[in-house]
Write a protein of this length. Structure first.
Length: 338
């Protein structure tokens, strides 16, 4: 009997950005210019995912330039993630060490030598870094760089190490690392860019802000796990909360789905409580906090809406993931998937 996906509580309105069509055109040009997508099969899969629509749902108030920028970050993160999750590289930590080291040098501000050739993902990252960071505060750059570096290292060491060693992580360890492997902190940092705000370090260090951010990140990541569960089962992926609940608790598929959805609902309510406390504590900072918290709300709502409609997670078409070599390209990381 086929399992049914339970509803996920989401009291936030559906919204989309009016610049989505412009961004779709921009994305097509950007992936051509950076060389991130070459083969017809990879381009078809990229177009089906409709990242322009996704970014429009999660950043509904961004202007056209801001939406293009965060859309480029989306594509970079998704394509790198596919390389590391869906293919053999995600089971071979040593094979990606050198390219990750080059990426880290870009994040550290060292740039790329002009007399060398680099994989498409490195070239694209250098472009993104140059377009994103010049006008940002030093503390934002440090935090953003740390989140981006932690995403890369956690994905290529912790996740890949688990796969290579046949390690099934605990639910607790997975939940803590999932916010990094999902790069959701990177995406939440970009709220400040598109909203044109600069949150002081005191806010980022406030326990109520940390709770709101952690809860909203969990909602996004766990909802993604629910909707991508079928795809990841086809690929043999263990890094999925539904899978781990089944493994550690002995639940059936439907029971595990219902459990994760119920926990996701609790995180949404935890966000709402922290949001109320934070706004009450800092009425003088409402001009910063309101758009920031609204950005978190948009992420929870938009991610859910996109997950429900994207072909990437369509349970009726999981066969598209049985042959990842059809859409993974060596030029992205400069390493063959063999």
């Amino acid at each position: 009997m086929e399992s049914q996906l339970p509803d996920i509580y989401c009291p936030f309105p559906q919204r989309t950005n009016p610049h989505v069509e412009h961004t779709r055109v921009h994305l097509g040009e950007w992936i051509r210019n950076t060389g991130l997508v070459h083969r017809d099969s990879a381009r078809e899969r990229f177009e089906q995912a409709d990242f322009g629509a996704f970014v429009g749902m999660v950043y509904p108030h961004a202007d056209a330039e801001g939406l293009d920028l965060v859309a480029d970050w989306f594509v970079w993160l998704f394509l790198v993630d596919d390389q590391l999750d869906d293919g053999h590289l995600g089971r071979s930590p040593g094979r990606v060490r050198d390219v990750v080291a080059v990426m880290r040098s870009v994040i550290d501000g060292d740039g790329l030598p002009s007399d060398e050739e680099f994989p498409a993902a490195v070239v694209a990252l250098a472009d993104l870094w140059e377009r994103t960071t010049p006008r940002t505060a030093a503390h934002w750059r440090v935090r953003f760089g740390w989140h981006l570096t932690t995403y890369l290292t956690t994905t290529t060491t912790w996740e890949a190490g688990n796969r290579a060693g046949g390690v099934v992580p605990s639910e607790e360890a997975y939940i803590a690392n999932r916010r990094h492997t999902g790069a959701i902190h990177v995406c939440m940092d970009l709220i400040e860019i598109v909203a044109g705000i600069e949150a002081p370090e005191s806010i980022h260090n406030d326990a109520r802000f940390i709770t709101a951010l952690e809860a909203s990140c969990n909602v996004v990541c766990w909802a993604n796990d629910v909707y991508s569960y079928e795809k990841e089962q086809v690929l043999g992926e263990i890094h999925n909360l539904v899978h781990l609940v089944r493994h550690h608790r002995g639940y059936g598929k439907q029971e595990a789905l219902e459990h994760v959805c119920a926990e996701t609902d609790r995180e949404t309510r935890r966000f709402l409580a922290a949001e109320t406390e934070l706004l009450s504590a800092y009425p003088q900072l409402s001009g910063i906090l309101l758009p920031y918290l609204d950005g978190m709300r948009s992420w929870m709502r938009g991610n859910l809406d996109w997950s429900r409609q994207t072909p990437r997670y369509n349970p009726d078409d999981v066969g598209q993931y049985e042959e990842p070599q059809e859409y993974l390209e060596a030029t992205v990381l400069g390493i063959a998937q063999d």
